[in-house]
Design a binder for this molecule. Structure first.
Ligand code: SAH
Ligand code: SF4
Ligand code: F3S
Length: 450
């Protein structure tokens, strides 16, 4: 069947994994002939790529879905698809809640979208949530940016953090081969992309499930080995990666980042809590002292590295004293960016069933206090950029001011300056920073003489 006059829309919730998956699914839909529309209400096929990390993320999905389910009652030709983590978590239950759905598909099935849709167009309601071996996608993703791109290196997570639903919905760790990753990056380089972010829920686990090549007593398929293997891909000028886990983070990785010029001095290493007993109850497998040592090692080799993280407040049993330990850690380290969240009990996770839950009022109060500290620290951290020269990779126009372009520093700070996007897109330019804000910068382009 040809879909050349059919339009599709994707709304993506959640993390970078979902964004990367949505780009691959958009690529598949376009290969099938579908054309993108910004307007869900005008689409013939709507796909919600969902997140269930916290309760409110899940609720958002149901309100979007309800609206389109109603539309479908008047327009039965509309195809409704739910993918991502809510799809995996709820499976058949979603059909009971929203019988109008045509396809419910877990994250491991993303690359099979075309086959599954063929079944839908043959008249079936399809649920695809059984665990599978992920196959390489042979179509080209439709990427949101022409400058920066995500590249998955490992899917799934084998950790069992007691608050977290990700292992339930993303399945066990599956690493892509170094050759497949390099080939994707080479292709991106040929297409003119300049920056790649390598993605994994726990990127330090990369390679553990690959056939081991042991050389000089060391497993040769680690994430650090992967960085050495891909860092010279032609055209790609910057490499980033996320997410790092303090339990597995190695000094060898820090040295590689310091040594390899394309790898940016930016580390996203969630600590979750600054209290050792809370960390133990979370099942994180490190102490706050170990976390501090990692940051010290990074800063000893790369004094200006930017550090970001995630933290949770109000984990079951967290006392005021324990929460203070989180504040102390944030105060001492000085993060460039910290994603904070109040603990949200998730179905099927151990901590959700514990009796020592913290009250919502307490959680909200702690979240506010933490956020307050975070922005004042980030503002202080930003000061170091004032009057400095920074290399900015230009990604797009400033949506709020078309006379300006925006891009990022190596440390991942969003930076704005006056310039023409047609001339500057994808270029790395030297910028004199003239204004600093907690999470962004503005500056002036100083072309190098000659
Ligand atoms: N793999 C990453 C994080 C994945 S989830 C890691 O190990 O750090 C992204 C963030 O969501 C987590 O770092 C955590 O801070 C937050 N999060 C996960 N489960 C949560 C829950 N039940 N309640 C509140 N925040 C949660
Ligand atoms: Fe969740 Fe922990 Fe895995 Fe991160 S490492 S995805 S927090 S279980
Ligand atoms: Fe959400 Fe799934 Fe990512 S639960 S945070 S979209 S892995």
């Amino acid at each position: 069947m040809s879909h050349s006059n059919h339009r599709y829309h994707i709304t993506t919730f959640g993390c970078q994994m979902n964004k990367a998956d949505s780009e691959r699914m958009a690529g598949i839909l376009e290969t099938m002939g579908f054309q993108w529309t910004d307007e869900a209400d005008h689409a013939d096929l709507i796909l919600y790529n969902t997140c269930t990390i916290r309760d409110n993320a899940e609720h958002k999905v149901y309100s979007y879905l309800g609206r389109q389910a109603k539309r479908k009652q008047g327009d039965p030709a509309l195809t409704l698809v739910v993918t991502g983590c809510v799809a995996q978590q709820e499976g058949d239950n979603l059909l009971r809640r929203v019988p109008e759905l045509d396809l419910i598909m877990g994250p491991q099935h993303v690359n099979q979208l075309q086959d599954l849709l063929e079944q839908v167009f043959a008249g079936n309601q399809v649920v695809a949530t059984e665990p599978i071996q992920i196959v390489e996608d042979i179509t080209k993703p439709r990427r949101d940016s022409r400058v920066t791109a995500w590249v998955n290196v490992i899917y799934g997570c084998n950790e069992r953090c007691t608050y977290c639903i990700v292992p339930n919905v993303r399945g066990v760790e599956q690493s892509r081969s170094p050759e497949a990753i390099r080939a994707e990056m080479e292709d991106l380089g040929r297409q003119g992309f300049k920056e790649v972010t390598l993605l994994g829920q726990n990127i330090d686990a990369y390679g553990r499930d690959l056939p081991g090549v042991t050389h000089e007593g060391r497993h040769q398929n680690t994430f650090t080995d992967l960085l050495y293997f891909v860092h010279d891909v032609p055209g790609i000028e910057r490499i980033r990666f996320a997410t790092s886990h303090p339990r597995y983070f190695t000094d060898r990785l820090i040295r590689a980042c310091a040594e390899l010029p394309k790898v940016c001095e930016h580390f996203h290493i969630p600590f979750q809590s600054g209290d050792n007993d809370v960390l133990k109850a979370m099942g994180r497998g490190y102490s706050q002292e170990r976390y501090r040592r990692i940051i010290e090692s990074i800063r000893s080799l790369m004094p200006d590295a930017s550090i970001s993280a995630d933290a949770i407040v109000g984990f079951p049993g967290e006392t005021e004293q324990q929460f203070m330990h989180t504040l102390n850690l944030v105060d001492d380290i000085g993060f460039d960016l910290l994603n904070t969240a109040a603990y949200s009990p998730r179905p099927g996770t151990p901590a959700a069933g514990w009796l020592n839950q913290v009250s919502d009022m307490e959680k909200t109060d702690r979240l506010q206090r933490l956020n307050h500290l975070v922005s004042s620290k980030a503002e202080m951290r930003s000061q170091r950029y004032l009057n400095r020269m920074e290399e900015v990779l230009v990604e797009d126009v400033n949506p709020k001011d078309p006379t300006q372009v925006m891009g990022r520093t190596r440390g991942n700070r969003l930076t704005f300056f006056t310039g023409d996007i047609n001339q500057l897109m994808g270029k790395i330019v030297p910028i004199r920073i003239t204004t600093v804000r907690p999470f962004s910068l503005s500056g002036e382009w100083e072309p190098t003489p000659g």
